[in-house]
Design a protein around this ligand. Structure first.
Ligand SMILES: NC(=O)c1ccc[n+]([C@@H]2O[C@H](COP(=O)([O-])OP(=O)(O)OC[C@H]3O[C@@H](n4cnc5c(N)ncnc54)[C@H](O)[C@@H]3O)[C@@H](O)[C@H]2O)c1
Ligand SMILES: O=C(O)C[C@H](O)C(=O)O
Length: 327
């Protein structure tokens, strides 16, 4: 007998990440090849004709796992009884736009959506915020949903994690899949800290395989940090297929487990690593049985301590900038 469909809400369904994401969810990449899904698609009223066009294409794929689709411009309807909510819809950064402008433009969206999740989502919902500034948007949604557990809310650092994996694998000339114990700390922004210090390949230290600490500091860390901007510069639009792929990786591992591997998620801090409780901070986690466990007990040298401080300072600044909106 086939399983009961799980409900997955995707906001910003008419956008470019939505277009790269929905077909993969309907194909079973998110929740498994035996798990039917019902998609709840939210976008702004003016974008609903485009969402309908995307749904025509979903229909034309005849996905066996796609049990149904709901299209709406009402957050409460979009989040009704959902198991998963992937919050993509936001104003994307265009060439030259500052993150501070993004903060204000997006804060209101995530207050409304947090409240709607609080009212209508399943109590076991898992929420991933992709729309930028992702960490602070996730923080706002979490604070706007007091009846849901804080651990239901997360922000996407997985694209940074995947970018870092790919660059390290190329440098060390090893397959991506063989790298373990990579961490990305902090904010999904150029201040994030991709941390290779604990990474291993087949039990050997990756830093010894690479043997080039100057490359790590002068090339790897800045290149991961600036990758989003480099893609905007090259494409004239922010990353879409790789962002959708990272969203799939994040939620799939959260629901189905990461197989003992470290993955990076933005999650509300429990106060460890000197990050104040509640701050939505990228940390390494291991996922199993439908929940995540923070990797604990890692130590920091002076360089890595400073990197974590810079990204935390930025997040604290973002929190202060939107504090009045949560009052
Ligand atoms: N966290 C990450 O790693 C990461 C990576 C890439 C992009 N992003 C961010 O993802 C977001 C979406 O990017 P995109 O390229 O798909 O943008 P896009 O402009 O192509 O699509 C955004 C969609 O969201 C919709 N939207 C806007 N406000 C909405 C609201 N209040 N409710 C529902 N829908 C709404 C728009 O109508 C549009 O259809 C941007 O904020 C972008 O910066 C994050
Ligand atoms: O949309 C952006 O600002 C860039 C995006 O977050 C990315 O990392 O590709």
């Amino acid at each position: 007998m086939s399983k009961t469909p799980m409900r997955v809400a995707v906001t910003g369904a008419a956008g470019q990440i939505g277009y790269a994401l929905l077909f993969r969810i309907a194909n079973g990449d998110l929740l498994g090849k035996d798990q039917p899904v019902h998609l709840n698609l939210l976008d702004l009223p003016q974008a609903l004709p485009a969402v309908k066009g995307v749904v025509m294409e979903l229909d034309d794929c005849a996905f066996p796992l796609l049990a149904g689709v709901t299209i709406t411009d009402q957050p409460k309807e979009a989040f009704k009884d959902v198991d998963i909510a992937i919050l993509v819809g936001a104003r994307p950064r265009s060439k030259g736009m500052e993150r501070a402008d993004l903060l204000t433009a997006n804060a209101e969206i995530f207050t409304v959506q947090g409240k709607a999740l609080n009212e209508s989502a399943k109590r076991s919902v898992k929420v991933l915020v992709v729309g930028n500034p992702a960490n602070t948007n996730a923080y706002i949604a979490m604070k706007s949903a007091p009846d849901l557990p804080a651990s239901a809310f997360s922000a996407m650092l997985r694209l940074d994690h995947n970018r870092a994996l790919s660059m390290l694998a190329a440098k060390a000339k090893v397959p991506v899949a063989e790298i373990e114990k990579l961490a990305v700390w902090g904010n999904h922004s150029p201040t994030m800290y991709p941390d290779h210090r604990y990474a291993t390949v087949g039990g050997k230290k990756l830093s010894e395989l690479i043997g080039d600490e100057a490359w790590i500091k002068d090339t790897f860390i800045p290149d991961v940090a600036k990758r989003g901007a480099a893609i905007i510069e090259a494409r004239g639009q922010s990353s879409a297929a790789s962002a959708a792929n990272a969203a799939i990786d994040h939620v799939r591992d959260w629901v189905l487990g990461s197989d003992g591997k470290w993955v990076s998620m933005g999650i509300p801090s429990d106060g460890s690593y000197g990050v104040p409780e509640g701050v939505m901070f990228g940390v390494p986690v291991i996922c199993s049985g439908g929940s995540y466990t923070r990797v604990e007990g890692l130590s920091f040298d002076a360089f890595s301590q400073e990197k974590v401080k810079v990204t935390l300072d930025e997040l604290n600044g973002e929190r202060e900038a939107i504090a009045h909106l949560l009052a």
